[in-house]
Design a protein around this ligand. Structure first.
Ligand code: FAD
Length: 388
């Protein structure tokens, strides 16, 4: 049976109870670039960040639909799941393509937080939407791999022990198809002393929202041969199937953001009196909120459709992409309506709208730009010629 918004009530209330301990003041206090260590530690301790890892590897064995409720509730509470959401889904590549030995070794440690797997290194300065243009090289050197290159926008790398890395193992001009010759690695970022491994440099990139994103330099970083995940040369395909999970979870986060905006804006519109009546009586205030609510509900339906298809192991690329696009636009619309509803107060830091407004804006751009979603839908759903 398909899951929907009325399911997972226990998860919703438990996560919400945890989030209530970390109110808006907590998140505001972390600006511009503090990391929510205590919040992440609590989520980990309660098993929420290991929820997608199967029980046999020490995780919660939850469906993606159930896991999406966790991030939705964090967002709806005013928090920002981007600080830790990757710990939930980055391991998917390892789970689906790793060897049994890799899974036994790492998944239980990721599930209980002994090893933080928060970093997903794909994007490079000259390869964002065009993933196959990446230049970071991993070359065999006896029993090891030697890695050289640069990643950018590698979020949470400074708060991670492990990274899933996509690197080129065969030069692009030596393969028939540029999606070949790329490989996935699971690499340890730190030695036993907790310091970064030799040759690795990680620099924070300040951004308009608090996101803990970084640039990562590999200068002859040596990793063991068994760091390779799956089949050499098929790494692009290996990471692709995990991206649907990421998009569905991001869609759920955006739905949570939208709920946050609409709840506080509706309360404000009922209480704020101008010209002797609540501003919510004016259709110029009420209709943008009602329209944003309508679009958010529609986006949420696509999120559940995508999540249910994913959990049934059915193809869900189009639905996952469409859910991400619709939800990122709906949350932005809700944020804009909330900002207008609050008039000047919407810009005041203490109302938290401007903070969440900045946070939710990201999802029209990352993890995939909405233009690229439209290009995908045009090609795959409408049969139009490929545009890139
Ligand atoms: C805060 C933040 C966190 C991130 N975290 C991570 C992370 O953890 N790991 C990671 O690997 N990456 C991460 N990213 C990178 C993100 O996935 C990329 O920014 C995104 O894929 C877009 O790539 P780009 O920025 O290089 O834009 P580009 O690819 O340079 O595109 C620029 C613009 O051109 C448009 N465009 C390009 N080609 C076409 C086309 N054919 N048709 C129509 N429009 C087109 C795009 O839509 C976009 O508007 C993050 C980015 C940000 C900002």
């Amino acid at each position: 049976m398909n899951a929907g918004p009325d399911d997972f009530e226990v998860i919703r209330s438990e996560v919400r109870r945890l989030c209530d301990k970390f109110g808006n003041e907590y998140w505001r206090g972390l600006e511009p670039s503090g990391y929510p260590e205590e919040f992440v530690a609590e989520l980990t301790a309660h098993g929420w960040l290991g929820s997608l890892i199967p029980e046999q590897y020490g995780g919660g064995g939850l469906s993606l639909a159930g896991a999406s409720v966790i991030v939705e509730e964090i967002s709806a509470s005013g928090g920002n799941p981007s600080a830790c959401h990757a710990q939930m889904y980055v391991m998917g590549t390892l789970l689906r393509h790793g060897s049994e030995q890799q899974k036994q070794q790492y998944l239980p440690q990721v599930a209980d937080g002994r090893k933080r797997l928060q970093a997903f290194g794909v994007t490079e300065p000259t390869a964002g939407s065009e993933t196959t243009a990446i230049r970071t090289r991993a070359e065999r050197d006896g029993d090891t791999w030697r890695i050289n290159g640069q990643k950018i926008w590698t979020s949470r790398a400074l708060y991670s022990d492990l990274m899933i890395l996509l690197a080129r193992t065969t030069p692009a001009d030596e393969v028939d198809n540029r999606i070949d010759g790329l490989s996935v690695f699971l690499i340890e970022l730190r030695g036993d002393d907790g310091e970064l491994v030799p040759g690795l440099t990680i620099n924070p990139i300040p951004t308009m929202m608090n996101h803990s994103t970084t640039e990562v330099f590999f200068d002859d970083v040596v990793v063991p041969g068994e760091a390779l995940v799956g089949t050499e040369g098929r790494g692009f395909r290996h990471i692709l199937d995990g991206m649907n999970a990421e998009r569905i979870l991001i869609a759920a986060e955006c739905v949570g953001d939208g709920r946050f905006f609409l709840e506080i804006a509706s309360d404000y519109a009922k209480g704020r009196e101008v010209f002797g009546r609540p501003i919510g009586m004016n259709q110029g205030v009420a209709f943008p909120l009602a329209r944003a609510y309508t679009n958010l509900q529609a986006a949420d339906l696509m999120r559940w459709k995508a999540a249910n298809l994913f959990d049934a192991a059915q193809p869900c690329g189009a639905e996952a992409n469409m859910a991400k696009l619709l939800a990122s636009e709906a949350s932005w619309e809700a944020g804009n309506a909330a900002l207008n509803t609050h008039g000047g107060f919407g810009f005041a830091v203490e109302y938290d709208i401007e903070r969440k407004f900045r946070e939710t804006r990201l999802y029209q751009v990352a993890p995939i730009n909405n233009n690229l979603v439209l290009a995908f839908v045009a090609q795959k759903c409408l049969g139009l010629p490929k545009s890139y």
